[in-house]
Design a protein around this ligand. Structure first.
Ligand SMILES: [Zn+2]
Ligand SMILES: [Zn+2]
Length: 257
């Protein structure tokens, strides 16, 4: 991923009270379109304008050819409050984030995230590397807001279960059970993405707990009840995969080396 700086010049008397929501709307639209990733975007005021720092999946992620109609609308709103379209400066590679998937054709892909990840939750099945969302057709209303909202909810549950003090059991159920509210939403999105991309798209179910290693190894697919264990672990995370149900999961973290 790449660190970029967006500079907005003021070309007329600009009120901060108007500039700030316009920039926030623009940043949100970019985020919901997968052109920037993360949750925090430090924005500073200068004598001649404002500067925001963002992280992009690719060097050219902010090119207009990727803009959603919401991004285009947010840009015209910037002009409306007296700001220019942003000048983009590439600052360099971000050392803290995953490398974007380089595949031109992926044999399969999956929806997968953790509380530690801010990158795209659409991952290449072969490399587990994040796929920039703007590279696939929009899932609804011109962008990927539904995917980002699913990711935020999933990550919030993962954070709660990692911390282990508040709502731990409810959070684990949401990310583990195939028919939980989060899983229903995520599986629907995965199915929709599969139809848009014509690439088999799996949904990840978290697994923790269980009685014994042998019982966990023999765990059937929680959706169809059929065997689904992989002969070899995949990407050091996944041990189970059910093709017809489009589900993928790990050997319970309690029993994984
Ligand atoms: Zn790949
Ligand atoms: Zn199944």
């Amino acid at each position: 991923m790449w660190v970029c700086e967006l500079h907005f010049d003021c070309y007329q008397e600009t009120q901060l009270a108007e500039a700030e929501p316009a920039i926030r709307q623009f940043i949100d639209a970019l985020r919901y379109n997968g052109q920037i990733v993360g949750r925090e975007f430090p924005t500073a005021m200068h004598a001649d304008g404002l500067t925001a720092r963002v992280v992009c999946p690719e060097q050219d992620s902010l090119h207009a050819r990727y803009h959603s109609r919401q991004v285009a609308l947010a840009i015209s709103n910037l002009h409306h409050v007296g700001l220019t379209s942003p000048k983009v400066t590439l600052k360099g590679q971000d050392l803290n984030s995953d490398t974007t998937d380089a595949c031109s054709a992926r044999p399969w892909q999956l929806l997968y995230t953790t509380y530690l990840h801010s990158c795209s939750p659409l991952r290449c099945g072969e490399h587990l590397a994040p796929v920039p969302l703007y590279q696939i057709p929009a899932v609804a209303n011109g962008d990927f807001k539904q995917v980002l909202k699913w990711q935020e909810d999933w990550e919030a549950c993962d954070q709660l279960q990692m911390n282990g003090s508040i709502l731990e059991h409810a959070a684990v159920s949401e990310i583990s059970e195939p028919e939980s509210r989060i899983s229903q939403r995520g599986r629907k999105l995965a199915k929709h993405i599969e139809s848009l991309t014509a690439i088999p798209t799996f949904y990840y179910l978290y697994r923790v707990g269980g009685d014994s290693l042998s019982a966990e190894q023999a765990r059937p697919c929680p959706s169809c009840g059929q065997p689904w264990r992989l002969s070899e672990p995949l990407h050091e995370v996944f041990d189970f995969k059910c093709e017809p149900c489009r589900l993928i999961s790990n050997l319970s973290w309690d029993f994984k080396d």
